[in-house]
Design a protein around this ligand. Structure first.
Ligand code: SF4
Length: 166
């Protein structure tokens, strides 16, 4: 396997399923027609379009909602709060990456379908957790094979469902 770098996608899956982290990192691509992926993309493209401006930093892309005195407010639109823990930590990871590049920011998670927003502030505790998670993700993906599947509440709509349970 080539050298793998931790990215926002792997952070996201870490909070859903460790087995999925391994599968994603090893490019075992799930069903791209998965309706949930499409719905997410559709909502992303059709909500908040007027406010949109993007920052790209390597493999990271976040939407800038506001910029004041060198502080940016970055946002992520999500189709539902079902994966809120993943969404929070992924956005915190993006804020941390921005910080490493000298950009201070606050995050805001938006759930347009639920008319909900949640602010994410990058605290020292969050940075410590992200450092630990980065290490653990690398440990997982350098294992020769994925851990055994364990039923969890995300399995039902997971694109690897058949792969794990058929
Ligand atoms: S189906 Fe369940 S165990 Fe398998 S990768 Fe998805 S979430 Fe993990």
């Amino acid at each position: 396997m080539e050298d793998v770098k931790v990215n926002g996608t792997l952070i996201w899956y870490y909070y859903i399923c460790k087995r999925e982290v391994w599968l994603m990192a090893h490019n075992l691509t799930p069903d791209q027609d998965n309706q949930y992926i499409d719905l997410g993309r559709f909502i992303h493209e059709n909500s908040y379009a007027r406010e949109k401006k993007e920052i790209s930093l390597g493999n990271i892309k976040v939407d800038v909602i506001n910029k004041k005195n060198g502080h940016v407010l970055v946002g992520e639109v999500k189709k539902s709060s079902r994966f809120i823990e993943s969404a929070k930590m992924q956005l915190a990871y993006y804020l941390w990456e921005l910080k490493k590049h000298g950009i201070e920011g606050t995050g805001i998670l938006m759930f347009p379908k639920e008319h909900k927003r949640e602010e994410i502030i990058l605290t020292e505790e969050l940075i410590k957790e992200l450092k630990d998670v980065e290490k653990d993700i690398l440990r997982i993906i350098y294992e020769p094979k994925p851990c055994a599947p364990e039923k969890n509440k995300y399995c039902r709509n997971c694109a690897y469902n058949e792969f794990c349970w058929a």
